[in-house]
Design a protein around this ligand. Structure first.
Ligand code: HPA
Ligand code: ZN
Length: 341
């Protein structure tokens, strides 16, 4: 166990709250809501967490979240994640939720967002943990559904900082969502999108140019395109990379082949995140540990990754300065200094 990693002050920027739903909570909520699952028990459900690719994960991910029915369910799920994150020294978190995965089952947008928001407020009050909420559109659904979702979000705009794009990437390019991103931008939302997870580097370019996003979720396909890498480095466009997710969904075959080290060396603003921790075998500490053990990253590099997350976050400049100092002080305590200073 690395005390350096455990105590490192962390920022998480790529976390699907529905992907934090642990099997135990899936079954507890199923019992509470009188829902019968296709799996006999927690162990049987967990045993199904063997994925070949993104789609094989998404099938189980959408099945798991079907137990979420009431505002209390969304509160309990979010609270459980925040408690875990807090225990791992996560100081700030920017959370995705998938409204269409719930409204499509007849759960109102207001129920979803109110439960999540209430848990975020409680974490701020109890632990001083800050957060932002990002509504993510499902890219395998038509753009019209995303536009309808943006409309449903209007009364809750004050609780929502940004919009994102997730679900099945291949065959659902950024171009499909040009109009809804332009509308969200006009309404004052900040913009991110998943790109270059399973999709090609061109999807990263398109997310930047056609959707005008400020951050790329995943983005590891950039490693295949040196010109794009240079552009991302030059402009310090953040990538919210998820090492254990990439391993579990076979984006990489082994952690030793993960491009995180090369991307960092090339000067990109890469960050560490857990994506769907209940499904991919670990929260933030486990992801940092995977980079240390599987890729041989040094504490100095891990410190730089933590500083990158502060830089890439949507905290105010004052909040960033405070958190930056905290990360640097943590490094000094261990005699560790960031390569970029
Ligand atoms: O990693 C992901 N990729 C795409 N869609 C998702 N929805 C939850 N997690 C993911
Ligand atoms: Zn994701």
């Amino acid at each position: 166990m690395s005390a350096f990693i455990e105590q490192l002050p962390k920022v998480e920027l790529h976390l699907h709250i529905e992907g934090s739903l642990e099997p135990e909570l899936v079954f507890a909520l199923a019992r509470r809501n009188g829902i019968t699952l296709d799996y006999a028990n927690e162990a049987a459900l967990k045993a199904a967490y063997e994925f070949d690719d993104l789609q094989s994960f998404l099938n189980i991910y959408y099945a798991g979240m079907s137990v979420l029915q009431t505002e209390q369910d969304f509160f309990d799920m979010t609270h459980a994640y925040l408690q875990r994150a807090h225990s791992e020294h996560v100081r700030h978190t920017e959370i995705f939720f998938d409204p269409q995965a719930h409204t499509g089952r007849g759960v109102p947008f207001s129920v979803v967002v109110t439960g999540i928001h209430r848990a975020l407020e409680q974490a701020r009050y109890d632990w001083g943990m800050s957060s932002r909420l990002i509504m993510s559109f499902l890219r395998d659904l038509p753009e019209a559904s995303a536009i309808d979702t943006l409309r449903q979000a209007e009364p809750f705009h004050g609780w929502l900082t940004g919009v994102g794009l997730d679900s099945a990437e291949t065959g659902n390019p950024p171009d499909k969502f040009r109009r809804v991103y332009a509308m969200a931008r006009d309404q004052g939302y900040r913009l991110v999108a998943h790109a270059g997870e399973e999709g090609p580097p061109q999807y990263i370019r398109d997310a930047l140019e056609l959707l005008r996003v400020e951050r790329i979720d995943h983005g590891v396909a950039a490693i295949k395109d040196p010109a794009l890498m240079a552009e991302l480095a030059e402009n310090r466009i953040p990538l919210t990379v998820c090492p254990l997710s990439n391993l579990k969904l076979k984006v990489v075959n082994t952690m030793a082949e993960h491009p995180m080290g090369e991307l960092l060396q090339a000067g990109l603003c890469v960050t560490v995140n857990s994506d769907d921790p209940a499904y991919f075998g670990g929260y933030m500490n486990a992801n940092y540990r995977a980079l240390q053990q599987g890729l041989g990253m040094s504490n100095s590099e891990l410190l730089q990754l933590a500083l990158n997350s502060v830089e890439a976050s949507w905290l105010s400049p004052e909040e960033k300065a405070l958190l930056n100092r905290e990360v640097h002080e943590h490094g000094e305590k261990f005699g560790v200094y960031a390569p970029l200073g």
